[in-house]
Design a protein around this ligand. Sequence first.
Ligand SMILES: CC[C@H](C)[C@H](NC(=O)[C@H](C)NC(=O)[C@@H](CCSC)NC[C@@H](N)Cc1ccccc1)C(=O)O
Length: 325
Amino acid sequence: GVGLVTATPEQNDVEYLSPVDIGGQTLNLDFDSGSSDLWVFSSQLSTAATTGHTVYDPNKSQSFALIQGATFSISYGDGSGAAGNVGTDTVNLGGATVTKQAVELATAVSQSFVEDTNNNGLLGLAFSKLNTVKPAQQKTFFDNVMPSLAEPVFTADLKKAAVGSYEFGRVDAAKFTGAMTFVPVNTTQGFWQFTSEKFAVGTGAVQTSVAGSQAIADTGTTLILAEPAVARAYYAQVPNAVNDAQAGGFVFPCNSNLPDLMLDIGGTMAKVSGSDINFAQVDAQNCFGGMQATPANLQIYGDIFFKSNFVAFNGGNSSLGFAPH
Ligand SMILES: CC[C@H](C)[C@H](NC(=O)[C@H](C)NC(=O)[C@@H](CCSC)NC[C@@H](N)Cc1ccccc1)C(=O)O
């Protein structure tokens, strides 16, 4: 089979939300290739936490079954997190269906999730080894649905300020231009991870940031978080760009003519359009960069990368395909 759902951006493309049918109830979830838990705002949360949200109520589902004694607790790189208990239900993503999918019911969520009223939970699409359910770890929707898919793949077609899509079971050639390049991913940490050590600014020379530097493809992260050497070299080519601690990173005049950024994905260069690096206005003149330096030693290629690149996640042979779109 094949599943196709829309991916609708929030204000400033901070996140993309997709409709998921769980036991007959439809919730908009943030599909996240950087984690492996499917958790939802549930009727067990306090009213304070659920105001403005759509919640999943297991008591209203004919097909819900509790997993006795199972709990989850997840924390994310931005300091946010969620925790609760676990059951199974039928999960349908635009036609791709799993009958006994682990659905994690939040009984506590961090404030940033409470405030993000468009987001009613996450659907994790990284590798199941990262799933946080105890005592028995659970599988992701993608792992569960893969055997029934025409092809063991899902694709992300995320767009700047426009509705895109996630598709399960096929790579739709109509959604990208040029040739798709596939690279093997390193799954040891549970992410869609690859080597990314080279970069170029505009039409400049290709240079190495840090030999062997790694990156992950993370649809649940808004920006590109790259090696500091990449950020420094890029913004050195943008007149009046400054690293503004108060803004939390590099800012530049909003009318800047931003160069493209080339990043290698497992040895093949991919382009991030300069226009996509103008992320959001921070004051009367200045805008915040869509690519920032990461303090960690793992680069995170988030939605800014996906706006320029159509990406195929192949769970059959653990590879990542990318092409301009
Ligand atoms: C502090 C937590 C560290 C990062 C680590 N957690 C992770 O790596 C988790 C699975 N993944 C994440 O924290 C990040 C990848 C970090 S790379 C180390 N992806 C998921 C994130 N975008 C989900 C999200 C979506 C919307 C709003 C906020 C957060 C852990 O549990 O140890």
